[in-house]
Write a protein that binds this ligand. Sequence first.
Ligand SMILES: Cc1cc2nc3c(=O)[nH]c(=O)nc-3n(C[C@H](O)[C@H](O)[C@H](O)COP(=O)(O)OP(=O)(O)OC[C@H]3O[C@@H](n4cnc5c(N)ncnc54)[C@H](O)[C@@H]3O)c2cc1C
Length: 499
Amino acid sequence: MNHAIRRVVIAGGGTAGWMVAAALSKTLGRLLDIRLVESDEIGTVGVGEATIPSLQTFHALLGLDEREFMAATQATFKLGIRFEHWRAPGTAYFHGFGTTGQDHWTAGFQHFWLAGRARGLLAGEAADYGAYALEAQAAALGRFGHGPDDSPRYAYHLDATRYARLLRRVSEARGVQRLEGRIAEVLADTATGTIRALRLASGALVEGDLFVDCTGFRGLLIGETLKVGYEDWSHWLFNDSAVALQTASVGEPMPYTRAIAHGFGWQWRIPLQHRVGNGLVYASRHVDDTTALAALRGGLQGEELTTPRVLRFRPGQRVEAWRGNCVAVGLAGGFLEPLESTSIYLIQRAVIRLLQMFPRQAVAAADVAEFNRQMRADFEHVRDFIVLHFHVTGRTDTPYWQACREMSVPPTLRHRLELFRETARVFRVDGELFAENSWVQVMLGQGLVPAQHHPVADLMDDAELAGFLQQQRVAAGRAAQALPRHAATLQHWCAAPRE
Ligand SMILES: Cc1cc2nc3c(=O)[nH]c(=O)nc-3n(C[C@H](O)[C@H](O)[C@H](O)COP(=O)(O)OP(=O)(O)OC[C@H]3O[C@@H](n4cnc5c(N)ncnc54)[C@H](O)[C@@H]3O)c2cc1C
């Protein structure tokens, strides 16, 4: 068979580059000649360690065994994110991956919980929305296990460098050729958006039919060469910097990510089997690097294992992720801060889409337009969800939080907030990442209390409603108690070999 699009060149070997290489070689490898160029001298961004459950689908596509993957990347399980000090200093809530309580087909569980609250039936633990979710309960107890029933929904924390190494091994075994070297020049016809070859610093020429730009923030092919613009969202997302460092583990790894709000940003804490990943994301307009680092250090446990690294970024997305014969994946295609661990997911979406729209004889303009439309929809959806965390807050203690509260949010988010505030309803549009329960957990957690609930909850009298809510809470608690400790599951399921 004569395929005109046969030579694929992936520029960059971070998480994005190797995810593209692994998926392409597994799916279309027999038809393609795939080469990946990366430069040890430049290195990778080296962060990106919390994920969401969709990564399991990606691994199923690759045929990657969970135990092998977890042992190779020192991974732990993740049930969700604990948000601390977001609504107000001293408060916390959990955004878990599963469901909360039992829905009625007319109305989500939140309507019943809100009815109970309005009638004064919820006191103490029962007033916490997370008390009705297995994931939140298990997280609080430090428990995780794969069970035949009542298994929690989960994702992973992983070591980014080891993950790229694992995907490299998988890709090379399927015929991907890795070329080490710095790309010194991109030979292209910018008028048509056609890239012909990459010239490496050694002088070697790497020619291709299709180029995937995975060169990170700089977007060497899509941005610097083809001059595709970048849509800046810093008027909605004020953070533009992060400082990251790794520490030694202290105690058992907990099965969740912590996102701890500060006066000018927030801090992550990601437990792995062999260490903990930490970082503070902040707005350089509101705080300098030295103060940010001091704030990060103030909240650390365990000995520091690495020198702190400051990273700069611009929140936003590439105006077109695909132009001509160049597709940008990963940081080259856009970046949203890691508050909901969505970057690796967005890479996955781009890779799957590229596979679904893979050209045969020539790149079709209709495919390109559709790819760009779908990627834009994904980015905007994730953007709205992240902006929600900053905008809906009771915090007024610093100029940063005051500015977050006062900003004018995207119209799509404004609509969702109004709908929830007035009716407690959330509707998910086809293809959107975050389901109703994610929006509800975060909106309630951030302090947005709806004015009313669905009348179906009023069909129950006080005793019935109290009994129904208690039953949901007790069921979640029992299921969580029945799980083994997370550390024990790691030990017998996927302990990483000693090095
Ligand atoms: C602070 C922070 C925290 C994050 N946390 C998370 C998280 O928890 N979860 C999540 O999903 N994502 C997270 N991310 C995003 C995640 O790190 C990235 O999406 C992911 O690592 C993919 O990066 P990349 O491969 O696109 O770029 P990079 O890792 O930067 O890789 C770029 C590659 O291009 C190569 N390259 C560049 N220029 C050249 C050249 N001239 N010649 C040859 N090679 C070149 C480099 O050598 C490298 O191999 C985070 C990002 C940041 C900044």
